[in-house]
Ligand binder design. Sequence first.
Ligand SMILES: NC(=O)C1=CN([C@@H]2O[C@H](COP(=O)(O)OP(=O)(O)OC[C@H]3O[C@@H](n4cnc5c(N)ncnc54)[C@H](OP(=O)(O)O)[C@@H]3O)[C@@H](O)[C@H]2O)C=CC1
Ligand SMILES: O=C1O[C@H](COP(=O)(O)O)[C@@H](O)[C@H](O)[C@H]1O
Length: 592
Amino acid sequence: MASFSATHCPYSASINGGQKQRFAFSSSSSLRLSAPAKAKVFLHHSPRDSHQTAVLMQDGVVVSEVTHKEIETPKEKLKDDLLSFTSTKELDAKSGFDGNENESTVSITVVGASGDLAKKKIFPALFALYYEDCLPKHFTIYGYARSKMTDAELRNMVSKTLTCRIDKRENCSEKMDQFLKRCFYHSGQYDSEENFSQLDKKLKKQEGGRVSNRLFYLSIPPNIFTEAVKCSSLSASSGNGWTRVIVEKPFGRDSESSAVLTKALKQYLAEDQIFRIDHYLGKELVENLSVLRFANLIFEPLWSRRYIRNVQLIFSEDFGTEGRGGYFDNYGIIRDIMQNHLLQILALFAMETPVSLDAEDIRNEKVKVLRSMRPLRLEDVVVGQYKSHSRGGVTYPSYTDDKTVPKDSLTPTFAAAALFIDNARWDGVPFLMKAGKALHNRGAEIRVQFRHVPGNLYNRNFGTDLDRATNELVIRVQPDEAIFLKINNKVPGLGMRLDRSNLNLHYAARYSKEIPDAYERLLLDAIEGERRLFIRSDELDAAWALFTPVLAELEEKKIIPESYPYGSRGPVGAHYLAARYNVRWGDLDIEQ
Ligand SMILES: NC(=O)C1=CN([C@@H]2O[C@H](COP(=O)(O)OP(=O)(O)OC[C@H]3O[C@@H](n4cnc5c(N)ncnc54)[C@H](OP(=O)(O)O)[C@@H]3O)[C@@H](O)[C@H]2O)C=CC1
Ligand SMILES: O=C1O[C@H](COP(=O)(O)O)[C@@H](O)[C@H](O)[C@H]1O
């Protein structure tokens, strides 16, 4: 038997304090026992019943667990108890360990490896995980695409995309070399079982007879998803471990096409093998949303129609669709950003307290809130499209200047919408969404505007514009992550003048650590079988049900989008929409 030590990955999954956290065991506290290398200890503290539980998992399977009633039980004691209750035999039997080779492998195949997303996000995220010791000891990465490339050419391509974190540069080039040695390439068609069989042979060789776990990342255009899933699952699934498939959006373009895609995927994969990625769920501040709500007493009592006047979900990019017009024109901003990223944030924001932090409990609550929403109506939507604009001697293009976009395209590059949740908590509260490309800045944020203070004690000091005195909680997802609360306070001095100030959690000032990219978190979760941040098929159905009618109407009625200049704040219609619900967009506030 080989000995193992608990992972040194600083993000290794652990549930603690009611919130899934990832933390490192320092080398002094690392666990050593005779057991296969993939065993990991998860600590869970349930604030509801004051229990603490330690769970030993291997390859996604719970091997053993102990629970202590005392909330203060030290982590080390929990771990010791757990391990003393767990025999090596138990570990071996439950993990499918063959007793001969005590380690399993993970093979990660990036399908569409020659593409933009693979280069920009997936390979760099895999390297970051490797650098942090978060990948299993035995792993192999395969690039798969039609382009002809040798292993060396793939490594060369990947090497150009790798960087080290600012705060982690030690032995970086050495680590890059070691990582690249684990990267290989196989050229094949996406609809060829034979080509995937050839890949299977290569994977088997790398896996060397160990228990093989396989992750396929489909980083390819949606029209070839189904064929790629079919061929990879029929010809290159693992024979003795798990096989999981990460699917990139778009998951269809309306309810009907999404259902067709889901049905097609489920011919070859079980739901628990499908990891539908929404990378916004992997962003640090989106993860923090639940912590903010459920780990702080002060917010939850305010989190309802009683105190919240409106909620705003805002996404903006200061560049157009340059280079992605071909894809974008078939989808538009509502499908590209609102139906997925912003709606997922809304669901997390508005859901009821889940029974636990278990993936299914969280996803159950998200589905409930999505199903309580009113389908979006045409009169509650404003669409826009950017036009050419010259500034400082530079001319920025129109959306339709892109050669891959038809000149008469009506595809919206901007949209604003008012959504409503018809449940007891949120009845009547407008949830305003705004998303646009080629705007004046890049950012994503959640703004919660609270009701006005009742009575008129300080109204005289606020002046006539009560909105200016509104408490506002801002969760700035990116860039320059921050959470701040706008409050009213007295200007120091003998007089009585009121001022607006921010109680500010500014991440760069508070934490010296660089924030990991969303793709790192999501890839690690997929490897560990953690589904919390991936979209379940019923969530997807509920999301499409909200947007499909209005998307159809926009297309049938050929609604002409309002023009807005490249680099502006978007069409004026967005202000009229907000004003209809007595809302002022918070991001337009000069003080921000
Ligand atoms: N790029 C991004 O920022 C984001 C992308 N996505 C999604 O991720 C997936 C991948 O995106 P991205 O990397 O930009 O896509 P690409 O257009 O770069 O395509 C990826 C690879 O797929 C192959 N491919 C492209 N078009 C076709 C085609 N018509 N038929 C067969 N193969 C084709 C090409 O490889 P080869 O020719 O070598 O086979 C290409 O390198 C898409 O679903 C996209 O919607 C999601 C969020 C952001
Ligand atoms: O999914 C998408 O997201 C990106 C924006 O992602 P971010 O992490 O850079 O904010 C967007 O540009 C793209 O159009 C969309 O498909």
